[in-house]
Design a protein around this ligand. Sequence first.
Ligand SMILES: Nc1ncnc2c1ncn2[C@@H]1O[C@H](COP(=O)(O)OP(=O)(O)OP(=O)(O)O)[C@@H](O)[C@H]1O
Length: 353
Amino acid sequence: MNESVLSTRNLITGYQDKGVPPKVVGKYGELHLRRGEFNVLIGVNGVGKSTLLKTLSGEIAPLEGEVSINNKILNALNNTQRSLLISFVFSNTNIVGKLTAFETVLMGRYPYVNWWGKLKQDDHEIALSALKDVGADHLKDRYINTLSDGERQKVMIARAIAQNTDVIFLDEPSAHLDLINRIEIFQLLKSIARKKQKAILLSTHEIEMSLQVADNLWILYGNEVKIGSPSAIVSSDFINQTFSSPSIAFNAKSGVFNFCAPESLFSFKISFSEEVQHYKGAIDPIVYLEWECKKLISEGAYQDENPQFSICLTLLGDEGALVWEVKFDGRTYTYDLSKCNLFSELLKLYQAE
Ligand SMILES: Nc1ncnc2c1ncn2[C@@H]1O[C@H](COP(=O)(O)OP(=O)(O)OP(=O)(O)O)[C@@H](O)[C@H]1O
């Protein structure tokens, strides 16, 4: 097991405002963040992800218990001492003032400046190397407020790298990013954890991506936490128990969430004929069938061994056009795949019955 750099003891997170009883958010006991590991924190809105990150980073004090980094109790440290141990990247990075990307990354070096407050040549080299690490050195002279969300987020990660702390926290860093940028950020962070032996904890709502990339998932539920590898978590059905609702269900085999319809309509069985396997055309018929099946389920149809509808994807005659052959109520109907909405056609037959 990798070396633990952050640990907690009897940790209870929450808020203590004057004149009101304390508000407990989470009772997490003993937690560990280990060197070289990319950990992802997930949980429904309001369950306490930001509160936990703020507590682990020393921004707010625990209601009970303590957080230690490298055996130093966090709340006994001043801001500068903390910033030598922890860096934090937020989702909404509003940098005030007019700074270039390079100057922003350079800010990560301020915990190291001497008492004249002067940065050295080394600091400049470290900042440039951090920008290269995230593939953003070409942006170095651009003003931070002119960058896209994805570019800016890479610069903020570079700043955390330049700060060179053992622990890096990120609160929903991919919240405003498109799919490609989200994937890039996740992979980048994982490689930073590995290559630079950092302990990383990132909060996100990207469950499917976390399952593929994270070393460990920290799932908050109620006021508890469950921690485990993606394979251990998925195989225990925990994702389904925590995140499913009447309108969505997690498929542990495919690792994706599927939509469920509010009511059940008819039952169906779907298949393809032998010759479809060898079909060479613009679409992949087997993939087409898979997605048509998902669509039927999202509309309220359900798969059954004794179905009302038997649907077969096949090729029609010599022309070789793909068709749906539908058996329903003792009759067979044929629909041109490229010209019909299968669900609407089935619904018409079902309602006319
Ligand atoms: N300053 C505060 N004082 C009192 N309660 C707070 C404060 N900040 C947050 N809370 C409450 O603490 C609970 C956890 O909030 P938190 O922001 O940690 O959740 P979250 O999991 O990060 O949510 P989201 O996914 O919506 O960002 C919520 O009930 C919230 O209303």
